[in-house]
Write a protein that binds this ligand. Structure first.
Ligand SMILES: O=c1ccn([C@H]2C[C@H](O)[C@@H](COP(=O)(O)OP(=O)(O)OP(=O)(O)O)O2)c(=O)[nH]1
Ligand SMILES: [Mg+2]
Length: 149
């Protein structure tokens, strides 16, 4: 398996926070910690942009996806609004997480809490080729449930 080297920068003022962490050897995601300076209370239906205190640099051909944590989703209705969030290979800013509270209770985000996870993926390089017609298939333009529920 190819191991890709990804540079990780801890942004100033976040020395107290753990670096993104894989909680087990086989985990897909690196958990991201909330770098909020004070507690943020997310009311039901509200969303907020949560800083993580880190930035990364990965080689072109990789991306990082920001995904929800299932425990927060199942127990509190907390998820990433834009899931999966896309971190481009050339992005050098702070990684942020757009959380939304789809639960029925206010949810408090505390500094250092693991709020989402970051999964690295390879991105195939493609060339988009404008065409006048497309090759035919059995499905054709059937979609959106045309095979039944
Ligand atoms: O959950 C996210 C999604 C994006 N980003 C950062 C990294 C990404 O590379 C950049 C742009 O994201 P995206 O392409 O999804 O947003 P956009 O609305 O298209 O912004 P842009 O015009 O800057 O590409 O924002 C995050 O920190 N967290
Ligand atoms: Mg974009």
């Amino acid at each position: 398996m190819t191991a890709y080297s990804v540079k990780l920068l801890r942004l100033p003022g976040n020395e107290d926070l753990p670096l993104p962490v894989r909680m087990s050897e086989g985990a897909s995601g690196y958990d991201l910690h909330a770098a909020v300076t004070e507690e943020v209370t997310l009311a039901p239906g509200d969303r907020t942009l949560v800083p993580t205190g880190i930035a990364i640099a990965m080689p072109n051909g990789l991306e990082a996806q920001i995904r929800p944590r299932s425990g927060l989703a199942a127990k509190h209705g907390i998820t990433c609004l834009n899931s999966p969030g896309t971190i481009d290979a050339d992005y050098r800013g702070e990684i942020k997480v757009i959380l939304i509270n789809l639960g029925q209770e206010p949810f408090v985000i505390r500094r250092g809490e693991r709020i989402a996870q970051m999964v690295f993926q390879t991105v195939p390089q493609v060339e988009l080729v404008p065409a006048d017609r497309l090759p035919e298939t059995e499905r054709g333009d059937g979609g959106f449930g045309h095979t039944g529920r």
